[in-house]
Ligand binder design. Structure first.
Ligand SMILES: [Zn+2]
Length: 322
């Protein structure tokens, strides 16, 4: 089989008013050295217009353009702030969410990123919520067109059962809005989605092909280990730890389907004690090494028995999703 043109990378650094060129250069050099070709720039805690000391604001267009230049050879994306919700009924929160999304999309254009990943919000309300997300995504797309913004929003598959939405919902609303979505495989797994069988993964690939314009974009993928509980995601973990995200199976099926060329994979591994830049590089390199090896491993071995997973202490903790 010919070697796939895989794009693998990681969450690189926080993108804010404080991002220094030294940090950007160090990240770029390190990723380049290891052959990691994708990077997600994080605006997770950025705030709008605050003059509070230490508050993370959005960098100016000029700064962002400079940062983008330093990372010209990477496939870039931006992770929008946790403050965004497209499902909220609160007018103030909705207004802030729209402003954040627009800021992130303009920023994405300035740095040369293709999309902005974000969490769509809580799913209370069923079908109504789904329609609401779709309508709001469409409004964002209209705004992008008016402003000539080329980057697009990419809502993630949510990690908690209470968050919007599952794979099929997110894929469909993105498709109907003409934008992207982010297939967070760990989230999909944590909320009980069938990413543990080849059939489940093939079904997902089929849905992506039906809904997303892959001639225009690579589909954003997030992957990591994850600790899952009764309510879905508890927290991210290193690959091969936590509740057993089948990352080798996932990569193997993508390879066989010649789908590695159609995605951009961001490793979102986290560990409680070793969570620095070097740890994230190591984790992303596990994915790259597996892809480079050409190995096919389609056996799924859960890392813990299903039952103890659901009875574990972890399931009572609650942390923000990634
Ligand atoms: Zn994610």
């Amino acid at each position: 089989m010919p070697k796939p043109d895989a794009m693998i990378g990681m969450a690189a650094f926080q993108l804010s008013t404080f991002t220094s060129e030294a940090v950007v250069e160090l990240a770029a050099t390190t990723l380049r050295k290891h052959g990691l070709r994708a990077a997600e720039l994080l605006c997770l805690a950025n705030v709008l217009g605050s003059r509070r000391r230490g508050a993370l604001g959005y960098p100016s267009k000029e700064r962002a353009t400079k940062i983008g230049k330093l990372m010209e050879d990477f496939q870039l994306s931006i992770h929008g702030p946790y403050a965004i919700s497209l499902t909220t009924k609160d007018p103030k929160m909705l207004q802030n969410s729209r402003t954040h999304l627009t800021r992130c999309l303009r920023l994405a254009d300035a740095v040369g990123a293709s999309h902005v990943t974000f969490h769509a919000g809580s799913r209370r309300g069923g079908q109504t919520v789904r329609n609401r997300v779709q309508q709001r995504l469409q409004e964002v797309m209209v705004k992008c067109e008016k402003e000539n913004i080329t980057a697009v929003p990419a809502p993630e598959v949510g990690g908690k059962i209470a968050s919007f939405g599952d794979f099929e919902e997110v894929c469909a609303v993105a498709g109907n809005s003409g934008c992207l979505f982010c297939w967070d495989v760990a989230h999909d797994f944590a909320r009980g989605g069938d990413v543990i069988s080849e059939a489940g993964l093939l079904r997902r690939i089929e849905l992506i092909e039906q809904h997303i314009d892959l001639s225009r974009w690579r589909l954003p993928v997030h992957i990591s280990g994850i600790v899952a509980g009764r309510r879905g995601e508890v927290r991210h973990a290193p690959l091969g730890e936590g509740s057993g995200v089948p990352w080798r199976l996932f990569l193997s099926v993508l390879r066989e389907q010649k789908f590695l060329d159609k995605v951009v994979i961001i490793c979102e591994s986290k560990a409680t004690k070793r969570d620095g830049f070097d740890f994230r590089v190591e984790e992303a390199l596990k994915l790259k090494a597996f892809v480079d090896s050409g190995e096919i491993d389609k056996e799924y071995r859960p890392s813990r028995p299903q039952l103890t997973q659901f009875l574990s202490q972890d399931s009572v903790e609650s942390e923000p999703e990634e």
